[in-house]
Ligand binder design. Structure first.
Ligand code: HAM
Length: 423
């Protein structure tokens, strides 16, 4: 019997073919993201990979594709209905309310990195388990926070070499805006119901805004005539939007307003955004997010605002110029005399303690086999210890790229070798 990884998943392993299958690229992306969060003063949160289904129904929305079709739902032995997390915002807000984090200094700036699960049809850049880098800022409605969050997302993408990225921006209005706009949109859709695809017909009742996400050609053509929210914005919503645009201009983030951008999750208010790369095909959204000023209250907390983004690392890697791989290994020890193995092992330990990556033969290879192994592992140097070297209290150091070789004394321990390895 042999097994394959579940549909819509992938493995990360040495020699992985696709960018998101290469472990060294994950280490790189995660390192860059952490450094950005440090500079922007965000704290890490680590939350469960599953939550109560009700949390997602309440926040992401019962009419959303995520809740209707994409959650991995199961029951625990106590009969509770749980779901693998399809996204990170709901869990963060749940923890914010549960632990009373609104009592800490606000705004509270948080970040996370981890897998999300959505039962979607697999295609390039779309998986059933994907990994998001996310940020959430709670407790401030300052539009400059919106600018900070978008700048942070864009900055991480830039540092990782994501090509040709533009941030698409819209404002979905505050509650008064929506109260005026939604009935207008619904009335327009009802009037033209015969032009709509069946999904969009259902959405007239559940969430008319989401009809803008329809892929149906007729529906899309009709929506070109639909009233747009921009004409309904309250004065406050418009002022908020203007400040966000000015801020993005001031820090040089390339953006474009897309009046039909609505996003697939129901909790959004005011600012929404999606960062798209021209380097990607159908799944061109590298990251997205927005404000959710009603969500904390909706989940039982005080009436406090929030905003955040999520960005899929697989898509970042697809859209990025991945760097040339650094040699993985600093030194491979070639041991020619069996009695030199323990001495070699001491040397390896000393070098590792100094921060160098080292390895040696564990398969009783011949001299030739060991050099070949050094080569395959991409070692920068080989250190050769044999009878002759043992007798002389020295080892030979070979530069694997040039083949140049010299003798280094080890009579007084590893110091001289360390000096030779660190130019
Ligand atoms: P989202 O747009 O559903 O937003 O997902 C964020 C990002 O996750 C997408 O832009 C994409 O890069 C990646 N992504 C989503 N689904 C998949 C998939 N099936 N395969 C690969 N990558 C995927 C959210 O999840 C919100 N929680 C973002 C947010 C945070 N809004 C406010 N705060």
């Amino acid at each position: 019997m042999s097994y394959k990884g579940p549909k819509g998943t992938y493995d990360v392993y040495p020699g992985g073919r696709e960018p998101h299958e290469k472990p060294e690229l994950w280490t790189w992306v995660e390192g860059v993201a952490r450094e950005f969060f440090r500079r922007y003063n965000y704290s890490e949160v680590r939350l469960p990979l599953f939550e109560e289904v009700g949390l997602y129904v309440r926040s992401v929305g019962k009419a959303s594709d995520i809740v209707r079709k994409e959650m991995f739902v199961f029951h625990d032995k106590g009969g509770r209905e749980l779901s693998l997390r399809p996204e990170g915002t709901a869990g963060v807000v749940r923890a914010y309310v549960e632990h009373g984090l609104y009592k800490l200094a606000q705004p509270l700036k948080l970040w996370y990195l981890g897998p999300m699960f959505r039962h979607e049809r697999q295609q390039k850049g779309r998986y059933r388990q994907h990994v998001q880098i996310g940020a959430e800022v709670l407790g401030s409605d300052d539009p400059l926070i919106d600018v900070e969050v978008i700048t942070l997302l864009y900055g991480i993408h830039r540092a990782l070499g994501v090509k040709d990225e533009i941030v698409y921006l819209n404002n979905l209005g505050d509650l008064p805006t929506r109260r005026r706009y939604i009935p207008e949109l619904a009335a327009f859709l009802k009037k033209n119901i015969s032009e709509l695809d069946p999904d969009s017909v259902v959405r007239i009742e559940t969430n008319p805004l989401r009809t803008f996400d329809s892929k149906d050609k007729n529906t899309q053509a009709l929506l070109k005539e639909a009233p747009v929210i921009a004409n309904f914005l309250s004065e406050e919503a418009r002022a908020h939007f203007d400040t966000v645009k000015e801020g993005l201009k001031a820090v040089g983030v390339p953006y474009a307003v897309d009046e039909r951008l609505v996003r697939g999750l129901d909790y959004y208010t005011l600012t929404v955004f999606e960062a798209k790369s021209a380097a990607l095909g159908a799944q061109d959204t590298v990251g997205g997010g927005g404000r959710y000023n009603g969500l904390v209250g909706e989940l039982g907390g005080p009436d406090l605002p929030g905003i955040g983004f999520g960005s899929g690392i697989e898509r970042i890697l697809l859209a990025a110029d991945a760097p040339e791989e650094d040699p993985f290994l600093h030194v491979f020890f070639v041991v020619l005399a069996p009695e030199a193995r323990l001495l070699t092992f001491r040397m390896v330990a000393a070098l590792r303690a100094e921060g160098l990556s080292c390895d040696l033969d564990y398969a009783e290879r011949s001299a030739k086999g060991q050099f070949k192994q050094a080569d395959r592992l991409g070692a920068r140097f080989a250190v050769i210890i044999g009878d002759e070297e043992l007798g002389a209290g020295a080892c030979s150091l070979r530069d694997m790229a040039t083949g140049a070789q010299r003798t280094v004394s080890i009579t007084d321990g590893p110091e001289e070798l360390l000096r030779a390895l660190r130019p």
